[in-house]
Write a protein that binds this ligand. Structure first.
Ligand SMILES: O=C(O)CCC(=O)C(=O)O
Ligand SMILES: [Fe+2]
Length: 295
């Protein structure tokens, strides 16, 4: 499953076993298991609808493989019926869609990794927003020939890893907020949040956003960055043309590997707020197997 260029990750310099085999295996799923073939999302059958929510709830993600349409974005936009209202991004077009493609030497490149061919380190979308999107959909129109691989890490794996190796630090991640700023947008929140027994995670660690980290979290922030960017802890696959990756942005971190400057790659990204007539079918966040005992 690991092909193309993968990230070079610095060794964990804190002495714990980074590649805990159990966690690694738990995060590896066969991508065909989560792929649902659908003719057209604007015209979805009842049984496909049921499968869509089953896969989404079980794996926190689903890959929808649609038949080509004259305007492929119609499939992407149809997802709002299930996953809620579109949440706009600074670079959204009139429908809310953000193009993810290499714009070469555009000035946007310093602020938006999505407009480059560079690796996008593991993150959740919109951590600098007051209300980050609950669900993210990324539709591939043109995959790059090499690289440009999608990477996934479950927040639950991060949580379990910290629980086993850095319990005290894990506690602090619920308590101390970080401040994440991009341009004129700033948000302050803890990396882990618990609400009604469900845990959600938001995380970003790269140089285009500025992140104020309380001193109590400096080490653990680095530990998380190392853990999530280690390919051994990731599910890695190549999103193909006409496939849409839909995932729970509150319980999955995602990223992508770099791709050659001279290769075309084009994705459409859309954010949803999770509030639709199907809200009661959507399970967001994760319920930890082992509970944290608050000190
Ligand atoms: O290019 C990709 O596959 C992912 C891009 C991404 O994560 C983003 O634009 O937020
Ligand atoms: Fe993203």
């Amino acid at each position: 499953m690991l092909t193309g260029n993968i990230l070079a990750v610095k060794q964990d310099d804190f002495g714990a076993n980074l590649d805990d085999k159990k966690i690694t295996e738990a995060s590896k799923i066969d991508i065909s298991q989560v792929t649902l073939k659908i003719t057209k999302l604007t015209d979805i059958s009842q049984s496909d609808k049921t499968s869509l929510f089953e896969l989404f709830n079980k794996f926190k993600l689903v890959i929808l493989e649609c038949e080509p349409l004259p305007n492929p974005q119609d499939n992407l936009l149809a997802l709002n019926n299930f996953f809620g209202s579109v949440k706009r991004h600074k670079r959204s077009d009139e429908n809310g869609i953000v193009l993810v493609e290499n714009l070469g030497n555009s000035p946007l490149a310093t602020t938006y990794v999505a407009t480059t061919n560079q690796a996008h380190l593991m993150h959740t979308d919109g951590p600098y927003e007051m209300e980050p999107p609950k669900i993210v959909a990324m539709q591939c129109e043109i995959p790059s020939k090499h690289g440009g691989l999608s990477q996934i890490v479950y927040s639950e794996s991060v949580y379990e890893y910290l629980m086993e190796n850095y319990l005290q630090e894990l506690h602090r991640l619920f308590t101390y907020p970080l401040t994440i700023t991009r341009g004129d947008q700033t948000a302050r929140r803890a990396i882990f949040l618990e609400k009604e027994g469900k845990i959600s995670m938001s995380f970003r660690a790269d140089s285009v956003v500025s992140i104020a980290i309380p001193s109590q979290l400096e080490n653990v922030y680095r530990i998380i960055k190392n853990y999530v960017n280690n390919p051994k802890n990731q599910l890695i696959f190549k999103l193909q043309a006409n496939q849409i990756l839909v995932f729970d942005n509150t319980s999955i971190l995602h990223g992508r590997t770099s791709f050659p400057e001279n290769q075309v790659r084009k994705l459409n990204r859309l954010w949803f707020d999770g509030i639709s007539e199907y809200t009661h079918h959507i399970q967001l966040g994760f319920i930890p197997k082992s509970k944290l005992l608050h000190p």
